[in-house]
Design a protein. Structure first.
Length: 395
């Protein structure tokens, strides 16, 4: 009999009843160090007192009103994002995949309004993840996500990751935009090198096509800059955001330049919940905290400490781990044994990690994890690796 919850997830036998900072707690009191953050969502950890205060205060006043009216919390968050980024304008969604839908619609509408309606194609890269909606799976294109869900939304091409020659060759007079994650998350923590990201920007500029960056996972401070593309000194035309922006409240956004957004006039897009007062009040507080002068500097310091400890971990367990990859607090350990086994051994040693493609485990801790917690987490990973070694040496 089918379970009452649609069985699209293979769930681990864990059930948390409470979260505190970097910790997740089960009913029996077992405390896990959380290096997953709900997949890069809880950027300020669990139950951050200022976010709890903001959420409860807003809940007492007003949960929801329609976008038919002005929403000051939404205005405030949009103003902050415009102030801190390349963007001139922002649309709020509830998730990453909804941000993908709008990014694709916006790029196509841009060309339509320019009188070039045949420019509809979006060029993406293998290993990408852009969410589970029809546009999201078509944009990523992998068989795993698309099989059985045809006919797929047409107008997407996929190139090998970071293949600049292929990108130049693929752009033609049907191309509307290029879409990519500056650091692929689900694809196995694969950063695009800064000089290649600059080259993508140059190729797009030369051809006059739009660049859409998906910073749903790598944005909101995760790499040590507010958005990952800042490291390369470039800016997109359109950017998808979600996950960390709400700190755990379902919130997403599409940020765009005035030119890229020029087709999106009144009535062309909408959302019932997107940008509602509860979500935007919380998102505003997250932005305030992440924008504090020392916040990102501290993220970079923690990232350095974690990376160094992970390099040591890999060196002491060469049969379990192959390498550390990634940037900032978006790190991956490429495994030599099955990554699922490493994640499971982590659970047994009370540390949470997240599997990704390419046999990688992802480490995406809260951005405010302490150095003591980092040390403790790596000790637990060390114990997990030792447990795997003792099993494999006993067979
Ligand atoms: C998670 C993710 C998405 C999809 O976000 P949802 O909120 O699950 O719809 C899109 N792009 C990237 C890079 C992601 O990591």
């Amino acid at each position: 009999m089918i379970p009452s919850v649609l069985p699209t997830y293979n769930r681990a036998p864990l059930e948390f009843v409470k979260g505190e900072g970097s910790w997740l707690i089960e009913a029996d009191g077992r405390r896990f160090l959380d290096l997953g953050s709900g997949i890069a969502v809880n950027v300020l950890g669990h139950a951050h007192p200022e976010l709890v205060a903001t959420l409860t205060e807003q809940a007492r006043n007003l949960w929801h009103v329609s976008n038919l009216y002005h929403i000051p919390q939404q205005q405030k968050l949009a103003d902050m994002l415009v102030d801190k980024t390349f963007a001139d304008t922002v649309f709020f969604t509830n998730s990453g995949t909804e941000s993908c839908e709008l990014a694709v619609k916006m790029a196509r509408k841009y060309w339509y309004e320019k009188g070039v309606p045949e420019r509809v194609e979006i060029i993406g890269f293998e290993g990408a993840f852009h969410g589970r909606s029809s546009a999201g799976i078509a944009a990523a294109g992998s068989e795993k996500m698309t099989t059985g869900f045809g006919p797929l939304l047409p107008g997407f091409k996929h190139l090998a990751w970071s293949d600049m020659a292929a990108l130049k060759a693929a752009i033609d007079d049907k191309t509307a935009a290029v879409i990519l994650e500056p650091v692929q998350g689900e694809g196995g923590i694969r950063p695009m090198a800064d000089d290649m990201l600059r080259e993508v920007r140059e190729i797009c500029d030369a051809a006059g096509v739009l660049l859409i960056l998906d910073e749903v996972q790598c944005g909101m401070g995760r790499t040590g800059r507010l958005f990952a593309h800042e490291w390369a000194g470039i800016a997109p035309d359109i950017m998808m955001v979600a996950k960390g922006i709400g700190g755990g409240f379902p919130l997403g956004a599409v940020l765009a330049t005035e030119a890229a957004a020029s087709g999106m006039t009144a009535g062309t897009h909408g959302s019932t919940y997107g940008g509602n007062p509860l979500g935007c009040a919380v998102g505003g507080k997250v932005m305030e905290i992440v924008s504090e002068p020392d916040f990102l500097g501290a993220v970079n310091a923690r990232a350095g400490a974690l990376r160094q400890k992970l390099e040591g971990l890999v060196a002491s367990h060469p049969e379990v781990f192959e390498e550390v990859r990634g940037t900032g607090l978006m790190l991956g350990l490429k495994c030599r044994v099955s990554n699922a086994d490493v994640v499971k051994a982590g659970y047994d040693n009370l540390v949470i990690t997240v599997p990704a493609a390419d046999n990688v485990i992802r480490l995406l801790p809260p951005l405010n994890i302490t150095e003591d917690e980092i040390a403790e987490a790596v000790e637990r990973l060390d114990a997990a690796a030792a447990a795997i070694e003792s099993v494999s040496s006993s067979v």
